[in-house]
Design a protein around this ligand. Structure first.
Ligand code: IPE
Ligand code: IPE
Ligand code: MG
Length: 248
């Protein structure tokens, strides 16, 4: 018998037959979580990696089609070198463990972002994870690493410009679809719901193009404290929204 049981009214009521197909999360608040405990920021990143593991497997369990998480932005290189290398070290550790447990968890993983500036060892781990994942079905987890929305759009525009010049095509021929499919997310639906924990109310360069009609959910909970229940709360809230896409 559990000593404490939450009142049913506290439990978010989710309609599991109509889940958002694509949920995205800005995994923010690791540093503050650590600071509140008198720990180094790195401890917050380690705790955040554990939360990610929990949420990624839960996303597959409940049947989301896509989960996209913001792990390291193109601007995060501005942080002290020790913090950046600690984050990279944790990513390496996480991927090594993930690869080991892949046959058990069978979570399909992809990476969004320019992986070329990463340490070759980390890059190789990303490639290996991506390769192994290809055989898995169900939820696809996209990890945004050295990802920036503006960087992503700039790359797409460059690619189009080069191709258009080569083919002598007119600028008027460029469509939204031409841009969409050249993004890291090319071919996958836009996020229905974007969650940002930690109390910050901004996008910080996350999925700028794809979020045109996403529903946002902000919570003060810090990422290491984010739980399955928090995810359900966000989804329940989303399910009460009316998405109009500019219509009536
Ligand atoms: C998010 O947590 C992790 C990364 C950006 C890599 P932060 O490190 O930004 O945590 P806060 O915002 O300082 O609390
Ligand atoms: C956004 O968080 C990036 C990630 C969570 C990876 P930041 O902590 O970098 O964002 P700002 O600096 O508060 O806008
Ligand atoms: Mg932050």
């Amino acid at each position: 018998m559990p000593l404490f049981r939450k009142a049913p009214s506290d439990m978010p009521e989710v309609d599991f037959d109509h889940l958002p197909a694509h949920v995205a999360i800005i995994m923010d608040g690791n540093g503050r979580w650590a600071k509140r405990r008198g720990l180094p920021r790195t401890a917050g990143h380690a705790a955040g990696a554990e939360t990610f593991r929990t949420i990624a497997t839960y996303a597959k369990e409940i049947g989301l089609d896509y989960l996209t998480v913001y792990a390291f932005s193109t601007e995060n290189w501005k942080r002290p070198a020790e913090e950046v290398s600690a984050i990279m070290g944790l990513l390496k550790k996480y991927l090594l463990e993930a690869i080991e447990k892949m046959e058990r968890d069978r979570v399909k993983m992809e990476f969004f972002g320019d992986l070329s500036p990463l340490h070759p060892e980390l890059r190789e781990l990303c490639e290996r994870t991506r390769e192994i994942s290809k055989r898995y079905e169900g939820c696809q987890v996209n990890i945004c690493l050295n990802y920036g929305g503006r960087d992503e759009i700039t790359r797409a525009v460059r690619e189009i410009a080069a191709q258009w010049m080569q083919q002598g095509r007119e600028p008027e021929e460029i469509t939204e679809e031409d841009i969409s499919r050249r993004l890291f997310s090319g071919g996958i639906p836009d996020p229905d719901l974007i969650i940002r924990p930690s109390g910050e109310v901004r996008t910080s360069n996350f999925l700028l193009w794809q979020s045109a009609y996403s529903e946002y959910y902000f919570t003060d909970v810090l990422w290491p404290d984010f739980s399955k229940e928090e995810l359900l709360r966000a989804i329940a809230d989303y399910q009460h929204r009316s998405r109009r896409y500019g219509g009536v």
